[in-house]
Design a protein around this ligand. Sequence first.
Ligand SMILES: Nc1nc2c(ncn2[C@@H]2O[C@H](COP(=O)(O)OP(=O)(O)OP(=O)(O)O)[C@@H](O)[C@H]2O)c(=O)[nH]1
Ligand SMILES: [Mg+2]
Length: 366
Amino acid sequence: MAFSWFKKSKQLNSPNIDDTPVSDSFDNSDEPGALHEEKNQEPEVPDTSPATKDTTDNSSNGMFNRLRNRLTRTRKGLTSGLETIFSGRKQLDEELLEELEELLITSDIGVKTSMDLIQHISGKASKISDPQKLKTILKDEITQLLSLPSHQAIPSPALEPDAPRPFVMLVLGVNGVGKTTTIGKLAARYHDAGKRVLIAAADTFRAAAGDQLQIWSGRANAEIVRHKDNADPAAVTYDAVSAAKARGVDIVLIDTAGRIHTKTNLMEELKKIKRTVTKIIPDAPHETLLVLDATTGQNALSQTRMFHEAVGVTGIALTKLDGTAKGGIVIGICAEMNIPLRYIGIGEQVEDLQEFHPADFTDALF
Ligand SMILES: Nc1nc2c(ncn2[C@@H]2O[C@H](COP(=O)(O)OP(=O)(O)OP(=O)(O)O)[C@@H](O)[C@H]2O)c(=O)[nH]1
Ligand SMILES: [Mg+2]
């Protein structure tokens, strides 16, 4: 069924994805409650769930419950939005599709991906007579979108049986996105998997950064290589990777600054760190992990393009999905970037980093 809606020339660049300036600070302005009416909500995961009690249940059920719980804001935004736009209507017409597209864009799925989804849904319009049916079809479409072979990447290459040793992971991202926290969580995960982990404190810009990392390394039983504040990050990297090689460490995690003293460009600094790693281990870094903050919405896409162009990103970790109604950014990243989303951050605790599994994510979202 063709809707004239599709013939309308839409502004693909509005909001402007490519030209969005990269935020130098972390945008905390997301107020999910204000985005959508919160009527007709689904029942929440009961308060007795492990996530609510903040105890750790790492069974697959426990992890799924925690994921579902932490995605509550995004889920409520989507489901109550679907109810609202369907209220008083009996069928999926052009106007409803426009409102649906707006809802998807508000959830930060992205303009292009939202339009693609709407196009598919409009083809099934005759089958959609109530919000529940619409929800099912939207879920199917998103599942299909995330099921493309390009999104079925290995979630944790460092834990693959044939992973290089030491496996060197360079962690990047603008300031405040959650790099250090993600490194701490990864270090704990790798330690629990029986790996010997070393952290390089190559963020020498912020005085407290090394201390923060020291605390995380203590929690995760990881070794740490640290120099004085304002030391050369490449020198820290050199010492850390050399030590890892000499000591037979399995995994090296390099924490970098999101912001540096003005004279040197951040990207130039990162390139230098990368060259230093390569000097010691020619095929390293084996992973260049970009950390993105989900609450910054579409800005995350422009950050990805910027870092990828400069240093070549091989994997993404998307943090703070618990703090936003805009969790649709996961779908936007998967659909628009050809870089695997490996981890999602759903809280500040060590167990709040999960490998990204598209099917679980979609189930938790609806
Ligand atoms: N709610 C929530 N908070 C998170 C998550 N990941 C990180 N944070 C918080 O975000 C804040 C910034 O995290 P950091 O790890 O210090 O970020 P960073 O990128 O290392 O910051 P800089 O070193 O200043 O560039 C901290 O308060 C973290 O606890 C997450 O998944 N959910
Ligand atoms: Mg940091």
